[in-house]
Write a protein that binds this ligand. Structure first.
Ligand SMILES: Cc1cc2nc3c(=O)[nH]c(=O)nc-3n(C[C@H](O)[C@H](O)[C@H](O)COP(=O)(O)O)c2cc1C
Length: 518
């Protein structure tokens, strides 16, 4: 029913308003030069809505997804519930609903040919050594040949001129495969980039499900069908509720155009690479469009949109592998400070010896692409640096619990590879040795909590009834202090009546069976 289609609910601007209400987004009313935008966002724990960016005084928002809390808000859950909520939503795919151009807010303004000018958009230089200003918040939509399914992914765009741009298509991806196939036939690849999208769409773009039209995944993550409109210069359908769409095609000449350097999501610069060229054919947008930028490289990786999004991609791949490998995986967390990918923590309940190692090995071989996997017992909160550090310190023996492997598939951006095409992985089994978790040496001290016991008049009376710990003696004597019991025990020691059992309980010697048995 066309009348029921809501093109506001998943509008980026609505989500930004929610963030402002939650105190998660600063509003920057004063005019700001595009040069200063990067500095205002770098390391900022909040999103920023710039009301007047660049010479056009455009509206621009950045860091929208730069914390797990904000990503969780986008799916109406909390930080710990995010992966489970995402996985649950992915179980119900929603096919998109087509709307006409007239009903598509993103086509309220249509600019074609020379009017489609990338340099009229508020695109800023993000890092000092970047090759040019980048459109960093692009979600690309392209068609698989044959099936006609839509592929969705996040891809950056480096400005090269008003109607030409560089894109990065080096890492293995569906979009790269689509491009290489077309380029081999010398055919251009039509593509459209939404800029200014709800975080649900970004999360969907990070998911790769085989043989599925990924517009259905966008619907799944949103929890309802995405309204889509046909591009004005191609057959691609894009979200009708986006803020901007840049339409164009990838040049079939191949990976020939210098692209970069760029501050990458691993926290370092990526060098200049040869990449395909994008030719822009149209730009469409809402009348009151809100441009978007995402944070990526830099010193504060954990506060970037890219690391936070990558975290979810890693966690969902790791979780899928864990489900296939062990019976009781409990939680998984990819640390955003490792780019959301390299360091992964998992907790599990081991049913049989070796489960933790199987969990580690499963993640090694998965699409999580993690380098370092830490396995923990159920009592360790994988989101807590303190708890995981303590478990590593006290449950792990390097010569027994370390797994090192080499020659694995890698993500080439990792500078520690020094150019190698395969790399090493490390597993750290930080679980308590199997069957030992109830042992006293692994019991966690906690403040005294008194349990009700039968009352006694003296320590000697209480111990005549049964051996007791110091706290049990306090409970039996109704003591709120304890030191008077120490004095009483001292008298019993002096009378040679008091002993200790191996577990530390006090015992009256006269209640012990005679030595030598019998
Ligand atoms: C903000 C952001 C920007 C990204 N930019 C690129 C990029 O420029 N090139 C690339 O290959 N992958 C990039 N990625 C990763 C891909 O979007 C991701 O691997 C995606 O799942 C690929 O989708 P596809 O296999 O359906 O094409 C980016 C991810 C994020 C979160």
């Amino acid at each position: 029913m066309a009348g029921a289609i809501d093109t506001e609910r998943f509008r980026l601007r609505r989500f930004v308003e929610k963030l402002v209400d939650l105190g998660e987004c600063d509003v920057h009313d004063a005019p700001i030069d595009l040069l200063d935008v990067g500095g205002a966002l770098d390391g900022n724990p909040r999103a920023v809505h710039f009301k007047s960016a660049g010479s056009e005084k455009a509206e621009l928002v950045g860091n929208v997804m730069g914390s797990r809390r904000r990503l969780a808000q986008a799916l109406d859950t909390d930080e710990r519930g995010l992966l489970a909520t995402l996985n649950a939503r992915l179980k119900t795919l929603h096919p998109p609903v087509k709307v006409s151009s007239q009903r598509a807010p993103v086509q309220q303004v249509v600019l074609k040919d020379d009017d489609a000018d990338l340099t009229a958009l508020p695109v800023h230089l993000q890092h000092g050594a970047d090759g040019a200003p980048y459109i960093s918040a692009g979600i690309d939509y392209a068609l698989f040949p044959g099936s006609g399914f839509t592929n969705v992914g996040c891809r950056r765009i480096m400005l090269r001129g008003p109607r030409q741009a560089g894109i990065d298509l080096i890492a293995p991806s569906d979009m790269r495969a689509i491009y290489l196939e077309a380029a081999a036939r010398k055919e251009p690849v039509p593509v459209a980039y939404a800029v200014g999208s709800h975080p649900a769409d970004f999360l969907a773009a990070m998911v790769s499900l085989p043989s599925v039209d990924e517009l259905n995944i966008v619907g799944a993550v949103r929890g309802q069908p995405v309204p889509v409109v046909k591009c004005v210069t191609s057959d691609i359908y894009v979200p009708a509720d986006a803020e901007y769409v840049i339409e164009g095609f990838l040049d079939p000449a191949g990976h020939v155009e210098p692209e970069g350097p760029y501050g990458e999501y691993v926290g370092y610069y990526g060098v200049v690479k040869r990449n395909p060229l994008l030719h822009v054919t149209a730009i469409t947008h809402r009348e009151d469009a809100l441009f978007q930028t995402v944070t990526i490289g830099g010193k504060y990786l954990a506060r970037t949109d890219t690391a936070q999004l990558t975290t979810l991609k890693t966690e969902s791949a790791a979780w899928a592998a864990l489900l296939a490998a062990v019976r009781e995986p409990l939680a998984v967390y990819a640390t955003p400070s490792s780019g959301g990918m390299y360091n992964v923590r998992v907790s599990l309940r081991q049913r049989v010896p070796g489960d933790a190692r199987n969990a580690i090995a499963a993640i090694f071989g998965s699409h999580a692409e993690a380098k370092h996997v830490f396995a923990f017992d159920p009592d360790i909160d994988v989101f807590s640096d303190e708890e995981t550090d303590w478990a590593l310190a006290t449950r792990f023996q390097a010569d027994r619990d370390l797994i090192v492997g080499s020659g694995f598939r890698v993500v080439p951006l990792d500078p520690s590879l020094q150019g190698a095409r395969t790399g090493a992985k490390l597993g750290l089994d930080c679980t308590i040795p199997f069957g030992k978790s109830d042992a006293f040496e692994f019991s966690i001290p906690a403040p005294p909590a008194v349990k009700k016991t039968a009352p006694h008049k003296s320590a000697a009376d209480a111990l005549a009834a049964s051996p007791a710990s110091f706290l049990e003696l306090m409970a039996a004597l109704g003591s709120k202090d304890g030191r008077e019991i120490v004095r009483e025990l001292d008298t019993l020691y002096a009378a040679h009546r008091l002993g200790r059992l191996d577990d530390g309980r006090y015992v009256l010697k006269e209640t012990l069976p005679p030595k030598g048995g019998g």
